[in-house]
Design a protein around this ligand. Structure first.
Ligand code: MG
Length: 243
């Protein structure tokens, strides 16, 4: 019987900024040749904690990364290649690290009807934001888009122009969240919580995670499945808690 830990990756375990001499490389830039360049790092202390937890518990990543960018996560001594929630829950991976075909079928049925709407949102944002937002669709199962992401300069989504654009569109029941620099538009059925529950049911005999970690208020939806909740000091989630 394996107990498990569910954890977000970026800004929870990893940072994009280089941290310190003893930081551990965590993700890698897309390789154009055989050279490998780290694209984010983990604090040595976090790495010690996770390697030690990883000896007793399964570490289950719960991430918005798509399959391609998840494949570029590689941290020495950590096994992150068992069950995982990828693409904000549009894809789940089993013990073999491969996309689960049953979940794929389930998500394809949900996402098929959203493909043209997400395309439309994307084109609309390109036209409206005059280059300030850079929308793109994150690939999900069956060649369908899983959700939309639009990055902008710091603060832009919270400034007048960004807010006006968000208010102007009828998002047709999609969940619309601004997470740092990034707008995420998630069709109904796409989310970290449902997918984490499926992982719990399928691979951990229904037992909830012992510990859940995340850095954004939106992560709370899956973090609340677990026994203990943790967030890095200074994270957006930390700052949203009462002082
Ligand atoms: Mg994060």
């Amino acid at each position: 019987m394996t107990d498990w830990i569910a954890t977000d990756l970026d800004s929870t375990l990893f940072a994009r900024a280089w941290l310190a001499e003893d930081a551990i490389a965590a993700t890698w830039s897309p390789a154009e040749d055989s050279s490998r360049t780290p694209s984010s790092w983990m604090k040595a202390s976090t790495h010690r904690l996770l390697s030690s937890l990883g000896k007793s518990f399964a570490l289950v990543p719960v991430t918005a990364r798509d399959l391609d960018s998840f494949s570029r996560v590689e941290v020495e001594e950590l096994n992150l290649r068992g069950p995982a929630v990828v693409a904000n829950g549009a894809v789940i991976l089993g013990w073999d690290g491969q996309p689960d075909p049953l979940w794929e079928e389930h998500m394809i049925a949900k996402l098929a009807s959203w493909e043209s709407t997400l395309d439309e949102f994307c084109a609309w944002l390109i036209g409206k934001s005059a280059g300030h937002a850079r929308p793109r669709l994150i690939p999900g199962p069956g060649g369908l888009p899983a959700y939309l992401v639009a990055k902008a300069e710091p603060g832009w989504w919270h400034a007048a122009e960004g807010k006006r654009i968000l208010a102007e569109m009828d998002w047709r029941g999609c969940r619309v969240e601004v997470l740092g620099l990034e707008l995420q538009v998630l069709p109904p059925g796409v989310g970290k919580r449902d997918a984490t529950l499926e992982v719990q049911r399928r691979w951990f005999e229904g037992r909830p995670p012992l510990l859940c970690m995340g850095d954004m208020p939106l992560d709370l939806e899956f973090m609340r499945l677990g026994g203990l909740l943790a967030t890095p000091m200074g994270s957006t989630l930390d700052q949203s808690w009462p002082p």
